[in-house]
Design a protein around this ligand. Sequence first.
Ligand SMILES: *[C@@H]1O[C@H](CO)[C@@H](O)[C@H](O)[C@H]1NC(C)=O
Ligand SMILES: *[C@@H]1O[C@H](CO)[C@@H](O)[C@H](O)[C@H]1NC(C)=O
Ligand SMILES: *[C@@H]1O[C@H](CO)[C@@H](O)[C@H](O)[C@H]1NC(C)=O
Ligand SMILES: *[C@@H]1O[C@H](CO)[C@@H](O)[C@H](O)[C@H]1NC(C)=O
Ligand SMILES: *[C@@H]1O[C@H](CO)[C@@H](O)[C@H](O)[C@H]1NC(C)=O
Ligand SMILES: *[C@@H]1O[C@H](CO)[C@@H](O)[C@H](O)[C@H]1NC(C)=O
Length: 305
Amino acid sequence: MGHTLKWGAPPPKRPYLRILQLLLLAGLFCFSLGIIQVTKTVREIAILSCEYNISTDELTSVRIYWQKDREMVLAVMSGKVQVWPKYENRTFTDITNNLSIVILALRLSDNGTYTCVIQKSERGSFRLEHLTSVMLLVRANFPVPTIAEVGNPSLNIKRINCSTSGGFPEPHLSWLENGTEVNAINTTVFQDPETELYTISSELDFNMTNNHSFVCLVKYGDLTVSQTFKWQIQPKLDDSPTNQSPLLTIIITVSLIGTFVIAAVIWQRLQACRPAPRRRERSNEGNMEMEWLSSNSRGSAKASG
Ligand SMILES: *[C@@H]1O[C@H](CO)[C@@H](O)[C@H](O)[C@H]1NC(C)=O
Ligand SMILES: *[C@@H]1O[C@H](CO)[C@@H](O)[C@H](O)[C@H]1NC(C)=O
Ligand SMILES: *[C@@H]1O[C@H](CO)[C@@H](O)[C@H](O)[C@H]1NC(C)=O
Ligand SMILES: *[C@@H]1O[C@H](CO)[C@@H](O)[C@H](O)[C@H]1NC(C)=O
Ligand SMILES: *[C@@H]1O[C@H](CO)[C@@H](O)[C@H](O)[C@H]1NC(C)=O
Ligand SMILES: *[C@@H]1O[C@H](CO)[C@@H](O)[C@H](O)[C@H]1NC(C)=O
């Protein structure tokens, strides 16, 4: 008897469960129609439209539910707005604009499908009036990766590292040379538990005795970022003197010869003039200087002529 009673009278269903059932149906329904997608970047503002209008008079006789996946976001009942804690202080509804919800300071955890359910009061009970789903894609863009040389693990082998951080969703990294994938070592992916943003880094070893051009490719969602690293073997050492030095050699040779010639001329002049300044030293030092200058200029004139 007790059992029959239990089975016969179903337990009072919570409104959430009923909404959930509606949502499941709605999900199927909307998938067949193609859900509206809204793509935003973290910290931006998203406006999700319920695509339904009501007059302010109707407001007291309708219930508006905005929910995400299986959790409540916002409800308007008897004209009173209630916002759930995760969305508190950054979410409001715009009754005059298609009953939209506006979510400020978007977080990655806001990713999901939002459903707007409108129920209308009719003879004491509420029935489904309207239902819309909007898919919100919140993403964070990775900056272009950076590639750095991180040493030589062995002779003729160089190690490079490619990394980028601050993006979402989860990234995948690959190294390519001439369009074909090459084996990376130590690829690590890290997700910050607080911000949910990812960091990815990977290392690659290559033979330094050959030329290389590597592409570090990072894919996340439907986006990619990449960086190219070029390695060119240095020209052989014995090439450099013949290629670069003729000019330098000429300059050095010319200046050496020039210095030698000038030094020789000065020396010659010095030897020739020595007795003269000594004689005049006592009488006038200023004249001596004049004599030096004139003898020098005569000497250079002679040398050039
Ligand atoms: C409300 O939704 C309709 C139908 O999707 C759209 O054409 C209209 O622009 C929207 N109104 C506003 C104010 O966004
Ligand atoms: C709702 O009202 C707005 C402004 O009056 C209008 O632009 C929009 O098209 C309406 N939306 C629907 C779904 O009727
Ligand atoms: C929202 O703002 C009110 C008033 O500033 C504050 O008391 C409350 O803790 C805030 N709630 C959240 C979830 O941040
Ligand atoms: C990978 O990185 C870790 C930490 O940086 C290091 O200890 C380890 O030796 C690396 N493995 C290889 C194969 O280089
Ligand atoms: C690097 O490449 C050269 C030429 O291809 C080869 O002779 C040499 O063994 C390689 N070195 C290493 C460490 O693999
Ligand atoms: C490597 O690159 C340099 C500079 O572009 C070039 O001169 C050299 O011939 C290349 N060597 C090989 C082995 O391809």
